[in-house]
Design a protein around this ligand. Structure first.
Ligand code: AMP
Length: 215
């Protein structure tokens, strides 16, 4: 299955994509994770993109498209993938369609996880992320507060630098302006699956599985 996961920052794309990866056995490709990994390692790509991430702005399409084309050309993506955080612009969506068309492997589904802005702002202000395994948690959960270690892998749990209030507002503004139009784009292609994303993680995952027709 070739699936893209759409949704505002903090809608739960990463969390659901990780659950789906485990269920379907296809790679989870998160452009945000790839950028953050490169920044942490101080690579040339990391140096090019770090200011965009810190400001909550989108990395330019060309750079992002090249990265995704390279990642999707690897053997593990041959039988399917989950794209999380890509595409984020119409230009990126058209680019993805062009690669898929060239390979004769069309994208099957676009999941859109819907959560209100109000809820997003609340969620992101208390979100903490494991710097090793990427597991998300909320500061009000007893075991997953600030300055703690991840209960899954023992990594350090921290706030993402772009989860501060001002940057979140900018990311949401950009989401509405540049990424939200993709909902209509995929609806017109008959690929859109709308998911209500404000409930419990397991409940949302169940509606994703039924939307995809997976047992
Ligand atoms: P995420 O982890 O998906 O919230 O992405 C974190 C940041 O990485 C975004 O705020 C952007 O700066 C950058 N980014 C991730 N994916 C893309 C994309 N498809 N296009 C442009 N920038 C992206």
């Amino acid at each position: 299955m070739r699936i893209v996961v759409l949704g505002a920052p903090g809608a739960g794309k990463g969390t659901q994509a990780r659950l789906l990866r485990n269920k379907l056995g296809i790679p989870h490709v998160s452009t945000g994770d790839i950028f953050r990994g490169n920044i942490a390692e101080g690579t040339e790509l990391g140096n090019k993109v770090k200011d965009y991430l810190h400001r909550g702005e989108l990395v330019p399409d060309k750079l992002t498209n090249d990265l995704v084309a390279d990642r999707l050309s690897r053997p593990d993506c041959r039988d399917g993938f989950l794209l999380d955080g890509f595409p984020r612009t119409i230009t990126q969506a058209r680019f993805l369609d062009s690669i898929m068309e060239k390979n004769g492997t069309p994208l099957r589904h676009a999941l859109n996880i819907k959560v209100s802005d109000e809820k997003i702002i609340k969620r992101l202000s208390s979100r903490r992320v494991c710097t090793s395994c990427g597991r998300n948690s909320q500061v009000n959960e007893k075991s997953c507060g600030e300055n703690t270690v991840c209960e899954i892998c023992g990594g350090i749990v921290a706030q993402r630098p772009d989860d501060d209030e001002k940057t979140v507002a900018e990311r949401l503004r950009i989401y509405h302006e540049q990424t939200e139009p993709l909902i209509e784009y995929y609806e017109m292609q008959g690929k859109l699956i709308e998911i209500e994303g404000s409930g419990e993680i397991e409940e949302i995952f169940e509606s994703i599985l039924s939307g995809l027709g997976v047992e």
